[in-house]
Design a protein around this ligand. Structure first.
Ligand SMILES: NC(=O)c1ccc[n+]([C@@H]2O[C@H](COP(=O)([O-])OP(=O)(O)OC[C@H]3O[C@@H](n4cnc5c(N)ncnc54)[C@H](O)[C@@H]3O)[C@@H](O)[C@H]2O)c1
Length: 359
């Protein structure tokens, strides 16, 4: 097991990464110190891992809430279901919510933990690659509004993140690829070496090779932990983590959250960000091609065929990152160097979205 720390003063917490951690009762008991524990999971993950986690936590008084599966359930209704259960069970302020599942479960359970009695302890046990490398770390919790993603939420750091890489063995290939999109993001924004490593090792990741997975998860968490420690509330550097996300969130909203997986939308968004950067002559055609090629090799979509550019532009301005000073985008100066910049004029974006400015 390897352990990293997210350094946030008295809210610092460990990220444990290893194989079989979901049944490590010594680690679980150390990480979940509350007497009353609500494990929030979903109908896909529960049959696979709930019993193991409950067994690992047998020294605690655990209850489980099994939610329906899907991004379309990341809503205020689901949030209310969790709060209802906490009230029904008469949970105190020193209780703990444990999220067992992907980013959807983590985000909605985390938001419930942030809100119940103004905030109770929260432990993340992420079981998708995307959640392991991204959503379980950093304390962003949220639910979607029908017209825009993650519109309702709070910052609430977990007290511990327990990453069991063995759980990736049951993840469908499409979901695995979606997680790789976020790993590619880390290389692009800050770590050209990671990008090079991914180019050399991408097939080891898609075939679930343990050592390669462990390296990629560890390096991703290390980068995210450092950025979050520097800028917890996204006043500066943390915004770089949104590379590809303004385009991606718009695609997800246009597809009614059912067409693209989050990571797939981010992959397409990353290519659009790279092509915008190329159009501004910040990024070479060769680098743009490298990025697209790597995402393609990971099994990710790189084009949003059939999406109307004007619908996209409209949806992009609904994104949370479109502040009162206009739309901002994360763009690339080079592989490994991202910047937050004012979006170029609509005509330029329309051209990129239409694919006229192809790499
Ligand atoms: N809070 C953050 O900082 C942050 C960052 C990135 C993404 N997100 C959010 O995360 C969500 C996407 O997360 P996701 O990609 O994990 O999606 P997800 O939670 O929907 O999980 C994907 C699918 O895999 C299933 N699954 C989970 N673990 C499994 C396992 N081990 N074996 C088999 N099936 C398994 C799930 O039931 C689901 O069907 C989005 O809502 C996104 O907005 C949040």
């Amino acid at each position: 097991m390897r352990t990293l720390e997210v350094s946030l003063g008295e809210r610092s917490y460990p990220i444990h990464i290893g194989s079989g951690l979901i049944s490590d009762s010594a680690l679980l008991e150390r990480s979940v110190t509350a007497e009353q524990v609500l494990i929030v999971t979903n109908e896909t993950v529960a049959p696979l891992y709930l019993e193991r986690l409950e067994h690992g936590l047998r020294a605690r008084n655990t209850h489980a809430l099994v939610l329906p599966d899907g991004e379309q359930y990341k809503t205020l209704d689901t949030f209310s279901r969790i709060i209802d259960r906490l009230i029904e069970m008469r949970f105190h302020r020193d209780a703990c919510v444990v999220a067992l599942g992907g980013g959807v479960v983590g985000d909605v359970a985390g938001y419930a933990a942030a809100s119940y009695q103004r905030g109770i302890a929260f432990v993340q046990v992420p079981t998708t690659l995307l959640a392991q490398v991204d959503s379980s770390v950093g304390g962003k919790t949220a639910v979607n509004h029908p017209s825009a993603k993650n519109m309702i939420g709070a910052f609430h750091q977990p007290v511990s993140v327990i990453i069991d890489t063995e759980t990736l063995g049951t993840l469908p290939g499409r979901e695995l690829a979606a997680g790789i999109a976020e790993i590619v993001k880390y290389g692009l924004i800050i770590d050209p070496e990671l990008h090079g490593w991914l180019e050399a090792n991408i097939e080891r990741l898609t075939s679930l090779e343990t050592q390669a997975l462990s390296h990629a998860v560890h390096r991703s968490c290390e980068i995210k932990a450092a950025i979050v420690a520097e800028d917890e509330r996204e006043h500066g550097k943390r915004a770089l983590l949104n590379l590809g996300h303004t385009f991606g969130h718009a695609l997800e909203a246009l597809g009614g959250y059912g067409t693209w997986l989050h990571g797939e939308a981010v992959a397409i968004g990353t290519v659009l960000a790279a092509r915008t950067s190329q159009r501004l002559q910040w990024l070479s055609a060769d680098d743009c091609h490298r990025i697209e090629n790597l995402l393609r090799r990971a099994g990710l979509p790189v084009r949003a065929d059939g999406v109307d550019p004007d619908d996209m532009l409209e949806a992009m301005t609904m994104d949370k990152k479109a502040g009162r000073h206009g739309l901002k985008l994360v763009l690339l100066r080079a592989i490994g160097e991202a910047v937050v910049a004012a979006a170029p004029e609509r005509d330029v974006l329309r051209e990129v979205l239409r694919g006229d400015a192809r790499a």
